[in-house]
Design a protein around this ligand. Sequence first.
Ligand SMILES: [Zn+2]
Length: 224
Amino acid sequence: MDTSVIKLSHCEKDIFCFFVPDQCPECGMSFSGKRLEEAPVSVPNPFSNGHKVPCAFLVAPAEHTVLRDFDGQSDLHTGITNTNGIVYNYTRAGVQRETEGWERCVCVPLVQPDMFSLINQWDQYLEKFSSHQMWDPLCHSFDEETHNCYSFTLTFINCVLAAQSKPGLSKDRFTHTFVLPRIRRASKYMMLCREISQNHFHIVDSPKRSSRESPSEDEDSKAF
Ligand SMILES: [Zn+2]
């Protein structure tokens, strides 16, 4: 269902669409046989298949929900992948280990690819952490506000940081640094797709050349 969005520029506008049109929707100039000033570029899709991203934090929108600002609870479900793409996520029924269902989510890779010793121990850490009684529904019950899927993922991340003698991350800091920028990008992308499916195009003024391609926020920051 994900169509890829392309961006082309004409008439000092950025034109977003699913296909290169025959003519410019602004000025009507025919594109056939003509060279565009700049080749159309594809807009990166902010969603990925969580089962293919090892050692990552995942956010999946609950069914039929539009991604909104993320407050750490609400309609979004979060999980952590092991090195084989199995998603560990905490629910009322305890920790689930899922091999499917997270094919379209926002992924935050947590580990630098050269941290071999951490990667080698990751699956053990995650399994041991998930087996702790803190996540056993017979010992502790799920709580929408205080003991939920987000507490599970964040507590795991902090345990790994502690094991590496690194300072922990508060919920606010993790949310603002790692999660929100990606959620915003995902939510913009979804709005763009909706707009294009209704009107064929989404047209905005081209940003000034000097300010275009500003580095994407936190794309490369890792927790570890
Ligand atoms: Zn034009």
